[in-house]
Design a protein around this ligand. Sequence first.
Ligand code: ZN
Length: 408
Amino acid sequence: MRISGLKNVIDGNNVTLSVIVDSEKLGNNELWFSVPDKYAHGLCETRLDGFLVGMLFPAMRYGENIYVEGCVSAQLLFNLNQYVIPMLMAFLPACKRIKITAAETNSDRFDCSGVGTGFSGGVDSFCTFYDHYELEQKTENRINSLIFLNVGSNGPGRSDEELAYARKKFHSRYEYLTKFPEELGLDFIPIDSNLHSFHPWGHQLTHSLTTVSAVLIMQNMYRKYFYASGGLSYLELFKYYNFLLKIDTALIDPMLLPLLSTESLNFISDGAQYTRTEKILRIVDYEPVQRYLNVCVHDRESHENCSECSKCCRTLMTLNSIGKLEDFSNLFDIQKYKRHVEFLYVCQQVVLQNKDPFARNSIELARKHNIRLPSFVVSFLLVSLISLGRTWIPRTVFSKIKSLIKQY
Ligand SMILES: [Zn+2]
């Protein structure tokens, strides 16, 4: 795989940095990142670090060595070859050993003062923001701008239709979330890209690498970046190793992120000092959370919380346990959750509590607050019935049964 031909194109109000990726498996394709022109000074045009990290996982899956026809960070190149490639091979066996070389390296530190994090309105990003903006006293550690990315979290990019759908959702979520940074007078930088078209394995598997890739593109602006973790504590990352393996690289974030740092930009994996429920308890009384919390992973164009997907339910179950459900009635449809979703969801958590760390967290918190839970036997029978129903009962009859169970 060859990465070459760095190009800067001004298109209306946006500035795009692009390269050509020449791959045996994929052929010749353009990889690009784009930001509004008022943030163009942050684009790194002297090193191809961001493009290299973005293509690392695809190159390893296809077993293609990478040659960068340009300059990369000496520290990053060393760390990728020595540590990151063996680490990805160890945790993701489908990855093959490759070698990365570059025409040139340097150890430049850029003159910048940005301290950033991503902002999606979710529990993880709110917790990182609360700790390192609201509570942080030292300027060198205090977040001074926020980023919003289109590298996979808004939907996959395996076709032109999927890319267009993801871009529409990216713009819609950005417009919704931008009100919060505006209130605080912080920059909220949208970074658009087609990077997810090179990552057909799903956002969850490679989100750390794709996020770091986009932030490195803005390396002229940032010297520190807090990457909000996927919701598990340090201990849980070890304890539920088998649960996470092969589905989510968050498992290795605390090891991986520092190795993706350069001489100029320091990546910090933030959030594993808490469990998911500890995070919610930490931010639940931070007033903006009650206006902007956005956790939904439902596959639809709207940015609004659906009150029935796995993340909406997980959040609502926690809020219910601590008696804060009504405080979030402007963000969630509480009636819908209570009447049609809650019982079945809680049954699923009871069944999953010994396998799934998020279910375990939710059940423990409910017990601590004396919330009445269905027994394991009842939960198991109901969840099994629903699962069997999906396979064997005609769809119309199954929907009727499911709706009756939910109403119960
Ligand atoms: Zn949802």
